[in-house]
Write a protein that binds this ligand. Structure first.
Ligand code: NDP
Length: 309
């Protein structure tokens, strides 16, 4: 019997805790505020940002959605960030990625005040996280740790293998697992004999960006699998590769014309002791942790004690 690590329930639990923090801050006349900047018309980015703004409203966090046109220049964006840095009612600044290629993403992320960097991408926060100092940690990796902790999955002494070394997910996830005293191996596209390494994993984190990449033979029986991947399947052929004969998925595909699969092949979950499903796993934690980070940023900027999470 495989245990499903329930991202829906855990995200709901975290959001309740964040709402309680927001209520306590209101008693001190503080309302955390998030500015979300969305450039252009990338459909997926729009969906993500709107769900972030909507969640702010649910939890009592002030939010502002700023949508510069896709003709915006790096200079315009730097001016915008500078004005948000200066505003006292804004505790968190989120620039939805990816940005159009002609905008200097690194320059923008570096321009966000580290104390307002709720995505945890600023080099100062990256360094603080590495040094084990209080920091705003990237939301998806922080969500991975919360889902494992709250599901009672032990991390100390376990061999955690992270496949993927991006600055957004793989590297910070590995660092956070190390802080939990896991023994961590990081793999990437140049890793030799990947399967031999993933088969050693007690905890296998897949953050690759390739549909169903982790196959059953790459998994140690009984391992915990954290599937970070979100890959949309748009054609019947792609769908059949993973979900042929799966009635529930067939219904989704018929209704929406697409469905999503993670970086782990659905059959690989059958070898796991526990796993995060896609959808319904890590993805939901990302938004919940963004809310938590916004509240932490509000607390830290005012030298209020950081509580909870
Ligand atoms: P990136 O494309 O930035 O990084 C992918 C990583 O996977 C790279 O380190 C790359 O290695 C590695 N990789 C690629 N191919 C192979 C291979 N054949 N063997 C081993 N390693 C490989 O992706 P992200 O980290 O941004 O995202 C990863 C996944 O997570 C995506 O599916 C994305 O959609 C999803 N995601 C989900 C979020 C959520 O909220 N759940 C949030 C963010 C991302 P190399 O460095 O050598 O190129």
């Amino acid at each position: 019997m495989h245990k499903i690590l329930d991202g829906v329930a855990i995200a709901a639990e975290i959001k309740l805790e964040v709402a309680e923090e927001v209520r306590l801050l209101a008693g001190q006349s503080v309302r955390p505020g998030l500015a979300a900047v969305l450039v252009g018309n990338v459909a997926a980015s729009e969906i993500y940002v709107r769900s972030k703004v909507q969640t702010c409203a649910e939890l009592g966090i002030y939010s502002e959605l700023i949508t510069p046109p896709d003709t915006v220049t790096t200079e315009d964006m730097l001016d915008l960030i500078a004005s948000l840095n200066d505003r006292d009612d804004i505790d968190g600044i989120l620039v939805q990625l990816p940005l159009p290629a002609y905008v200097d993403t690194k320059a923008l992320l570096d321009a966000i005040l580290p104390s307002k960097d709720v995505d945890g991408f600023h080099p100062v926060n990256v360094g603080r996280l590495q040094a084990g100092r209080p920091a705003l940690a990237p939301c998806t990796p922080a969500g991975i740790i919360e889902i494992l902790k709250r599901s009672g999955v032990p991390m100390a002494g376990q061999h955690a293998v992270v496949v993927g070394r991006s600055d957004l997910v793989g590297k910070p996830a590995a660092m956070l697992l190390l802080h939990q005293n896991a023994t961590v191996t990081i793999c990437h596209s140049k890793t030799r004999d990947l399967g031999a390494i993933t088969r050693q994993a007690d905890i296998l984190v897949a953050a690759i960006g390739r549909p169903g990449f982790i196959t059953p033979e790459m998994v140690k029986p009984g391992a915990t699998i954290v599937d970070v991947g979100i890959n949309r399947l748009n054609t019947r052929e792609e769908f059949d590769r993973f979900f042929r004969g799966n009635a529930k998925r067939e219904a989704t595909f018929a209704k929406r014309g697409s469905t999503i699969v993670g970086d782990v092949h659905p059959k690989a979950f059958e070898r796991a002791g526990a796993y995060t499903p896609v959808p319904g796993g890590v993805g939901l934690l990302t938004v919940a942790m963004l809310m938590a980070n916004t509240v932490h940023a509000a607390q830290m900027r005012r030298d209020l004690p950081r509580r909870g999470l």
